[in-house]
Design a protein around this ligand. Structure first.
Ligand SMILES: C[S@@+](CC[C@H](N)C(=O)[O-])C[C@H]1O[C@@H](n2cnc3c(N)ncnc32)[C@H](O)[C@@H]1O
Length: 222
């Protein structure tokens, strides 16, 4: 028996068939995003978005931080899962894609719980830390420029409260992490963050071979 199922196109289509479908707003956002230069490849797949929403609900997170908004699909799914009074801060550097995001959040009726911070995420995170201190966030989702992942992870561990969760996307990076000939800065940074997490005693972690690899790291100590 195989220890890990191979995610063929047909099997992924079946996963969608047996899952709760996207609503009209999400489908339209996905269709529109696919036509952009960055395309749908930058966007989380529906199965991962459902996981993110479920993690927000399961952890009862009321303060969520997202690094990497793009056209706001993952933001929208997590924002919908927030409890009454919950807040999601999302960071991106790109005005064009986030303008689309804001339009769809408005249409979905969740704009009032989303705080978009435009600018370099390193600076945004430093500002958040200076304004609010450490351990103030319940859940962090990292999905921006790969070369910055080790730095984003360190800042996330500082910002998340003990018992809070850090979700890191793309940790298998199209399988390039195990390709010995792959030495581009993005792959190297992903390998570095994976090693950082493996040796980090402040978290307990697991790697899910879902989508492009999703790592969950729960902050255990204060
Ligand atoms: C993979 S996309 C995010 C996808 C989004 N989570 C979704 O599911 O639709 C990565 C985003 O990171 C943003 N980004 C890249 N470098 C950045 C930086 N230094 N600071 C903030 N955002 C950055 C890009 O503009 C892009 O929109």
């Amino acid at each position: 028996m195989a220890s890990q199922i191979v995610a063929t196109e047909e099997l992924l289509a079946y996963v969608e068939d047996v899952s709760h479908p996207e609503d009209e707003v999400l489908t339209e956002l996905r269709t529109l995003t696919a036509e952009l230069p960055g395309g749908a490849a930058m966007q989380v797949m529906p199965a991962e978005a459902r996981l993110l929403a479920m993690l927000v609900r399961l952890t009862g997170a009321s303060t969520v931080l997202e690094i990497g908004t793009y056209t706001g699909y993952s933001t929208l799914c997590m924002a919908r899962a927030l409890p009454e009074g919950g807040r999601l801060i999302t960071c991106d550097i790109d005005k064009r894609s986030t303008r689309i995001a804001a339009e769809f959040w408005q249409r979905a009726g969740v704009a009032d719980r989303i705080d978009l911070r435009l600018g370099d995420a390193h600076e945004t995170l430093d500002r958040l830390r200076a304004e609010h201190g450490a351990a103030v966030v319940d859940l962090v989702f990292i999905d921006a420029d790969k070369k910055s992942y080790p730095a984003y992870y360190e800042k996330a561990v500082d910002l998340v409260r003990p018992g809070g969760l850090i979700v890191i996307d793309n940790t298998l990076f199209f399988g390039r992490v195990i390709d010995p000939t792959a030495d581009d800065p993005d792959t190297v940074a992903i390998r570095d963050v994976n090693e950082l997490i493996r040796t980090d005693r402040r978290v307990e972690a697991c790697v899910l071979p879902l989508a492009d690899g999703v790592t969950l790291a729960r902050r255990t100590s204060g």
